[in-house]
Design a protein. Sequence first.
Length: 403
Amino acid sequence: MKNVVVVGAGPAGASIAYLLANRGIDVTLVERRRDFAREFRGEILMPSGIEALQQMGLGEALAQTDSHAAPDIALYMNGKLLFTENLDPEVFHGHPPLAISQPALLEAIVAEAEKLPRFKFERGVSVKELVEDSGAVTGVTIRDDDRERFLPADLVIGSDGRNSVVRKHLGHGVTKKSPPMDIVWCKLPCPDDWPGLKAYVGRGHLLVAYHTWDHSLQLGWVILKGTFGELRSKGIEAWIEEMARHVSPDLAAHLRAHSDAAQKPFLLDAVSDCVDSWSGPGVLLIGDAAHTMSPVGGQGVNIALRDAVVAANYLVPILNNSSTSVTEMTSALQGIEKERRIEVDYIQNLQAKPPKIVLSRAWWGEPVRRIAGFALGTRRIRRKAAHRVSAFPFGVRDVKLEV
């Protein structure tokens, strides 16, 4: 019986571990933190991610997770409303985007996995190194509070995020996919009448605000890399004031009135990249470890869940076959990457376009933004634009769990 070690219990890691264990494969999921009680940025579940969870049999786990549906979206240009669009549930396959508690969702997935006899979860354990024999990875050395020990594996799956230990071990090249930018994240009390998601564009800034699962107002302020240093030194009131200068009067007043209530403000170095090869002998990368997604379009958790579905389709038959050859395993790992790259490359390229226009401070930036804003104020143009960005809610192609 073959066994797998999954490094990292994020959406990709927790779900692939659950799927493999549910199909009779011995799986050890390793997570360096003892719990999931931390701040996550990947809170938006699109229809593509919701459908992936339902295919896995985790629909009930999702239903029990704290969430808030976004019924509509509004776009503002230089503080003025361009349009509001209702997100018709029927158009969204019955699943409008959800702001979820990612810690609660991960705990729910792990709880389902822990019902399976083939699943083991190691919390509070760090991976020190991957171990090789004759050029192939044969397991990992882990460390807990007391000692180091070796976990053997026929396959190590790295799903340990943008700073992946497994990615570093592979040592493959990485291609960057989007312009450099920073994001300031914080939460404020949410106005009682806040409807859904609002995006504010103008003068080299982009601010997204939505009603989140804990009934706060989540703010994500996207700015050019390197422009936040001076504001940060002046304190939170200064950058709240800078935010207020680029939004509508009602939100500006709300920001100023609640600046002292900002929760857990922090600066995130936004990264979008893709590893040139996601696998090697005995090792596979999925999720952010393979391709860190830009925050544009809320794709990270959804792409990770779809990675897990496709990976399971290839791995379950291979791992359940005691006579699988090295060549067959290599082919399966390469097949996962080949299938997923079509969607990942397309969406990363799509994500890279808006920041180039929105954040540009070139002479042509503001005229282009104004022309784009005028065009999007027309319903017919919006419909055409929605078709072009439909990959954000629905993905590029159907992803079906076949095992």
